[in-house]
Design a protein around this ligand. Structure first.
Ligand code: IMP
Ligand code: MG
Length: 175
């Protein structure tokens, strides 16, 4: 499917402001503590890189790469292609993703990491595509709510393209 940029929804300045706000809130909430940031590859890399620089506490960084099983699977679920290497037992863990859609990815990862007995396990997402939610996921830090539109940029892709855009835009398909 060929697509082109339709409309810029969040420009660099707006994103930067929001990420600073979230970083400040996180720093206050975990005051005196230390956070393990678990960034969900690939889309969350830009948000994670910016967010961690707005957190004024010691941070450890790790990555998980997860993808849905794809169409045709009855059970659904996600496949973890690369897991974190950090021992999270007894630690404050913050799962970071750029966007939540159905909620399946975060739901699966929250269950997976809860089993490892962290001290706390929270979520931070830049974008919440609320109308599409199918799994109930507790979101602790949210940047913006968006309608049901496909977006790219700031780490997010359409067929692996557009991740490098510094802004977030919606796309439209070309006939
Ligand atoms: P969920 O598991 O349905 O919540 O989907 C979350 C994942 O789907 C995100 O980590 C993204 O990789 C991808 N995704 C969902 N919506 C969009 C979008 O509008 N643009 C780009 N990627 C998206
Ligand atoms: Mg993608």
């Amino acid at each position: 499917m060929k697509v082109e940029i339709e409309e810029i929804l969040f420009d660099q300045r707006i994103i930067e402001q929001k990420v600073m706000e979230l970083g400040a809130r996180i720093s206050r909430d975990y005051d005196g503590g230390e956070i393990v940031l678990v960034s969900i590859l690939k889309g969350a890399i830009t948000f994670t890189a910016d967010l961690m620089r707005c957190i004024t506490l010691p941070v450890e960084l790790d990555f998980v790469r997860a993808a849905s099983y794809g169409l045709g699977t009855v059970s659904g679920g996600i496949l973890v292609m690369k897991d974190i290497e950090t021992e999270i037992k007894g630690r404050d863990v913050l799962l970071v993703d750029c966007i939540i859609d159905s909620g399946e990815t975060l739901d699966c990862l929250l269950k997976r990491y809860q089993e490892r007995r962290p001290k706390s396990l929270k979520t931070a997402v830049l974008l919440d595509k609320k109308p599409r939610r199918r799994f109930e996921v507790r979101l602790d830090y949210v940047g913006f709510e968006i309608p049901d539109r496909f977006v790219v940029g700031y780490g997010m892709d359409c067929a692996e393209q557009y991740r490098n855009l510094p802004y977030i835009a919606s796309v439209k398909s070309l006939k």
